[in-house]
Design a protein around this ligand. Structure first.
Ligand SMILES: Cc1cc2nc3c(=O)[nH]c(=O)nc-3n(C[C@H](O)[C@H](O)[C@H](O)COP(=O)(O)OP(=O)(O)OC[C@H]3O[C@@H](n4cnc5c(N)ncnc54)[C@H](O)[C@@H]3O)c2cc1C
Length: 370
């Protein structure tokens, strides 16, 4: 195992860690990635890969267009909006579909790609404790490093070094996987159902053989049991009783964006940095993009200031989502937002552009309002 003063240690082998390791290794930089699970590992997720996320990965050379096609279970260009059981509107995008991927396959691919670029990847190695110069693993090794990258998800141990404690503010996402044949009505594309959970929504995401039906809420007064209940009621309403189904859930970072992606020689990427869109819950692409940004900071001699302050980065997008989420979910604005989705093709197109990553919130609102 690598160790030493030139080493970058990356904790976590999700899209953030793999993308960071790939970028560093590609430039000949010495890096070690430790992942606590054996690979492939399961990740609770809707598996929507935005157009922006795909472009980041293909643009960096980490994945080819052909490989991305092979990893894609299904593509969607249509989204239907509902509010408390009432149909609002369907929108079909003429371009830029989103893709559905299996996270275990997709993440496994990215991790292998980082290893083949030259990163040392060790799975089944949990980082038990860290300080500013070294980390101790579950196998009893001590690793000394120059840079440390926390790509270890929502409950990041590395984030604690930067903020003093693990993040306690989390949102929650839960889902059932329902075989397609068990549904009374096959969904035409993605579905978003508002009005069941404050500051959250219920989603329907058709995959290859099954449909992911789930619910999530960010910065919401709803408790996890409120979300479970709302999802259970929804499943009942579409005649998909939940008694025999397995509910899977995971925390999602909520309102904990770390704009500087860490401090000094310690970096954060992906969920560990709070980089999840606070309206849609998208985080795969932001994880990969931030992992690459962190690698570029390290390669440039820690010039965070220049690289992270640019507009148009995933940090900027998440910052905008924290502001605009109130326009969709707050009590005074909710009614107008639902009416706009029902009555305005442009508004529905704007929502699609956000989830496909082809427009920022600022761009969308200035286009619609101006
Ligand atoms: C229900 C749900 C649905 C979602 N749907 C979508 C979606 O459709 N599209 C989308 O873009 N995003 C979605 N997201 C968000 C997305 O899953 C995350 O934002 C994304 O996985 C973040 O990637 P990451 O690499 O930062 O973290 P992760 O993918 O969580 O990877 C972190 C890795 O670190 C490892 N790790 C943790 N601690 C340690 C340790 N101490 N030592 C070693 N390894 C460690 C973990 O095992 C894990 O493999 C969803 C999230 C949830 C919960």
């Amino acid at each position: 195992m690598k160790t030493g003063k030139d080493l970058t240690l990356i904790v976590g082998g999700g899209p953030a860690g793999s993308a960071c390791a790939y970028e560093l290794a590609k430039s000949g930089r010495y890096c070690l990635l430790l992942e606590k699970e054996e690979i492939p590992r399961e990740k609770v997720c809707g598996g929507i890969l935005s157009h922006r996320a795909a472009s980041v990965l293909v643009g960096s050379g980490m994945i080819s267009t052909q490989e991305l096609e092979e990893l894609t279970l299904r593509k969607h260009s249509t989204i239907t909006f509902w509010d408390r059981g009432e149909y609002l509107r369907r929108y079909t995008s003429p371009s830029d579909p989103v893709r559905i991927v299996s996270r275990s396959r997709f993440d496994g691919f990215l991790l292998r790609r980082a290893a083949s670029a030259g990163a040392e990847v060790l799975a089944g190695r949990k980082v038990e404790s860290v300080d500013r110069v070294s980390a101790a693993t579950s196998s009893g090794e001590t690793v000394f490093f120059r840079h440390l990258v926390g790509a270890d998800g929502t409950t990041s141990i590395v984030r604690r070094l930067v903020s003093g404690r693990r993040s306690r503010k989390t949102g929650m996402g839960l889902h059932y996987l329902v075989p397609l044949r068990e549904l009374e009505r096959e969904p035409e594309g993605l579905e978003v159902h508002f009005g069941h959970i404050p500051y959250g929504y219920i989603w329907v995401i058709p995959g290859k053989d099954s449909v992911n039906i789930g619910a999530g809420a960010l910065g919401s007064p709803a408790s996890p049991s409120d979300i479970v209940e709302a999802l259970g009621e929804f499943m009942g309403s579409i005649k998909c009783p939940v008694s025999h189904r397995q509910l899977r859930g995971a925390a999602i970072p909520s309102l904990v964006l770390h704009r500087d992606l860490g401090m000094d020689n310690i970096y954060l990427a992906g969920d560990a940095a709070g980089l999840v869109d606070q309206v849609s819950g998208e985080g795969i692409g932001h994880a990969a993009e931030s992992g690459m940004l962190v690698a570029r900071c390290i390669l440039s001699g820690d010039r965070r200031g220049t690289l992270l302050k640019n507009s148009g980065t995933c940090i900027d997008l998440v910052r905008q989502s924290i502001f605009y989420r109130h326009l969709l979910h707050s009590r005074p604005a909710r009614g107008t937002a639902m009416m706009s989705l029902r009555d305005s093709e442009e508004f529905a197109r704007g929502y699609w552009n956000i989830i496909s990553g082809t427009e920022s919130y600022n761009e969308m609102f200035s286009r619609i309002l101006g």
